[in-house]
Design a protein around this ligand. Structure first.
Ligand code: MG
Ligand code: ZN
Length: 420
């Protein structure tokens, strides 16, 4: 697979730091982001790279040369005038599926797995997708459980209830996708290539918690440098077992109000979003694990529960925090009540304190349970932690609350997150 890197970025938002060099050559922790990208591509077995340059192109040529120093072969496509994010693709002889990469990303991704997904899905385009720490200026993706994209839009066009999922700037595209488009100048990848083809049903989102972050603003560059210093990109590799923080919902993230059956009832506890952000930043996976028998009672449909979780994700997103996984148990074992939903009246294996949700998450997200925490405000959460083989954390301010052996106690989620 060939890679095309869009390295023509002017770095307007970084200009306060460096206006004399192109964005792709701005150093992140002492090394230009483009050098990091070339090294990553080589690690992933990609040898053929085309750099699309515009602004300050000569500096990029001088720095990268023919690529030999990076163990790759580099060709150049220099735009005399900006052709847009997809314009150059129509000037290259592309006969096979190729990787398209924004030039301002620091990433550590198993591209072979992404390509396997792309091939299996028979996709025209596969977009690396993840929750955004800045959803208000990220391209939003709506996708089903298989990853099939149903909507793709700017943040301000998002539906009212949307999961936090956004386009990270790494895609695998097929030449067939380009043939379906009418070239124009400028040609925007999102607006002119991807969106018009969503209805084909062959645009896919590849969800992953692997590390991808742009350093396009001074603040994000700072975050990338902090992450590199802490080894976060490596820690988020797929092949590594991950430490997770499993989070109870009601009374842990949001204010306890009994059964919650509509999105507006979600009100974050003070400091909870900040705490989740800390968990994110420290390299733990943040995974929701909540009992919601309200579904079995018939007081809330599965669709409404999904909206409630969209609301929760949106509130967290406003403070730069996100969940890597959302697991819920909609069941309850006791039958025979008026209005109940018999589909969910079952003695399942996921209702806490049973460990089913945690075991499933561990399998799907490659989590090392013994290195993980289950945090909640109830004894059930402590018992769940023990049943799943992870570390119990009880949130309580009540000095009389019994504390089982081996349980850590904190007044609230933020105190716990600070202790990590
Ligand atoms: Mg609770
Ligand atoms: Zn269940």
């Amino acid at each position: 697979m060939k890679a095309i890197i869009l390295a023509g970025g002017r770095g307007t938002r970084l200009a306060a730091l460096r206006s004399d060099i192109p964005k792709a050559l701005v150093p992140a922790a002492g090394k230009p982001v483009l050098a990091r990208q070339l090294e990553m591509l080589r690690r992933e077995g990609i040898r053929d790279v085309t750099l699309v340059c515009g602004h300050l192109a000569q500096q990029i040529r001088d720095y990268c040369g023919d690529g030999e120093a990076f163990g790759v072969r580099i060709g150049y496509c220099t735009e005399a005038q900006p052709l847009g994010t997809a314009g150059a693709l129509f000037h290259l002889d592309l006969r096979e599926d190729f990787l398209l990469l924004n030039g301002d990303l620091v990433f550590d991704v198993d591209l072979g797995s992404m390509r396997d997904f792309h091939t299996r899905s028979r996709a025209l385009a596969t977009l690396f997708a993840h929750p955004s720490t800045h959803p208000s200026d990220s391209t939003w993706i709506g996708a089903d459980a298989a990853g099939r994209v149903s909507a793709f839009c700017r943040a301000d066009e998002r539906p009212a209830f949307a999961h936090n999922l956004s386009n990270a700037g790494i895609a695998i595209l097929s030449p067939e996708l380009l043939r379906r488009c009418t070239p124009r100048v400028p040609m925007d990848l999102d607006r002119d290539v991807l969106r018009p083809n969503v209805d084909s049903g062959r645009i896919f989102a590849y969800r992953s918690y692997e590390y991808v972050k742009d350093m396009g603003t001074p603040q994000r560059l700072c975050e990338v440098e902090r992450d590199l210093a802490q080894g976060i990109p490596e820690r988020r590799q797929k092949k590594r077992p991950h430490a997770a923080v499993f989070l109870d919902r009601d009374g842990t993230l949001n204010v306890f109000k009994g059964y919650i059956s509509e999105p507006d009832a979600i009100e974050l506890i003070d400091g909870a979003a900040h705490a989740v952000r800390r968990i994110n930043e420290k390299g733990y996976l943040a995974v929701l694990a909540t009992n919601q028998p309200v579904v079995a009672r018939g007081a809330c449909s599965p669709e409404m529960l999904d909206r409630i979780h969209c609301r929760l994700e949106a509130l967290l997103g406003e403070e730069g925090a996100y969940l890597d996984g959302v697991y819920f148990c909609p069941h309850h074992p006791d039958k025979g009540f008026a209005g109940e939903n018999p589909l969910y009246k079952t003695d399942c294996d996921c209702r806490k304190p049973k460990p089913g949700m945690l075991l499933r998450a561990a399998k799907e997200l490659n989590i090392d349970l013994s290195a993980s925490y289950m945090v909640g405000d109830a004894q059930t959460d402590v018992q769940t932690a023990r049943n799943a083989g992870c570390r119990p954390v009880l949130l309580t301010e009540n000095a009389d609350e019994p504390v089982p052996d081996g349980t850590q106690v904190f007044a609230n989620l933020l105190r716990f997150a600070d202790s990590l």
